[in-house]
Write a protein that binds this ligand. Sequence first.
Ligand code: GLY
Ligand code: MN
Ligand code: MN
Length: 455
Amino acid sequence: MNAPAATSAATPMSAFAARRARLCAAMAPGAVAILATAPEVARNSDADYPYRHDSHFYYLTGFTEPDSVLVLVAARAERAAQAILFCRQKNPEREIWDGLRHGPEGARAAFGFDAAFPIEELDTEMARLLANAPAAYYALGHSAALDLQMKTWLGAVRRQARAGVTAPSVAHDLFALVDEMRLFKDDSEQQTMLRAATISGHAHARAMRATRAGMHEYEIEAELLHEFRRNGAQFPAYTPIVASGANACILHYNANNARTRDGDLVLIDAGCELDSYAADITRTYPVNGRFSPAQRSLYELVLAAQDAAMDAVRPGRRYSDFHDAAVKVLAQGMLDLGLLPRAGFASVDDVIAERAHQQFYMHGTGHWLGLDVHDVGAYRDLAQDDKPSRLLQAGMVVTVEPGIYVRPAEGVPEQFWNIGIRIEDDVLLTPDGHTVLSAAAPKRIAEIEQLMRQP
Ligand code: GLY
Ligand code: MN
Ligand code: MN
């Protein structure tokens, strides 16, 4: 299934407003939801870590300034739902140093809120907004600061009890509602994710083309970052892994400072973040452009496992099915290639039952992908008593990322020692199957070898 051509489509303001309206419709009538964005974090004096807004907050607002809070009031009887933003005031002095601040009125007009206030007025306004509201929705237990603020606001409401004012008597976890919305990507999200994955796929191809034996892993990383940034991606979506040789058997290796050697493989797990959406792609290729026979046989095995997994990525199948499909192929391959002793197991099912495959394949085969690289959303059907793995549906995006990692061990054929391979793609569920968003990254052996032969 081929990926459609990438196009750039920023999310229209109407899409954020529609999400807020859907959330309000799912809340109890008259209930109030509170959601703060992420704080700025100091790195050391006068230098902050690069600012990244909170994903839930962004999903509902499109607003990327720090020190902002969204409050939603669900419709009740004759009163329509309301979306209220609290944000920094305009400040000509600070704007000289740090750039534009929309200010409440500018933000209200540009982002389509019903009202906006300076962030300094949050405490006063919350005491007003929570008065007589039947329920509050917020991120229960996620932030000690917010829990404390809620205590202050509810205290202020309760002090008006003699006047007949009531405080919310029920608190709900806001994330339970928003996580489920974020799991299903709308058209503009799908377009952005395709573009993030396409830029990232081209970055992998660029890294392959640039690789020469003797280069450091960080020089290859620089090729990835160059390609991300020159295409407008704001950040890597997570710290890139550029792992050559035995480093590929360290799952979260990211020192990226070793020198590559002729005859080794390089495993790269890297994706950009574009307009707040993550790509997450892994490719593994030979430093010298030609797979050795041992590398080839393990690579073909992982590719076969990924192909089998992809077959199970379609609406109606369960989330766990594609992992099970990959494990079955990998475990059979481990027996066929002598990584596991044939004599030790009656069948491949026996290998899986004893979890013997986990010596070489110890992680899951995917996760939800979206605003966060490990995106939100339940993996199980929580409405059923036995909470089975949930059914896949159109609009979800998953990664499919089988691998094999062979550490030296007695009984394991030496030709496979220190080979680590993972192949990871980003896959959008469609009504009749799926689309691979990351198809721009070469994956078949012939494709990779041909690309690397080019001068
Ligand atoms: N890059 C993180 C992951 O593959 O899950
Ligand atoms: Mn992943
Ligand atoms: Mn990854």
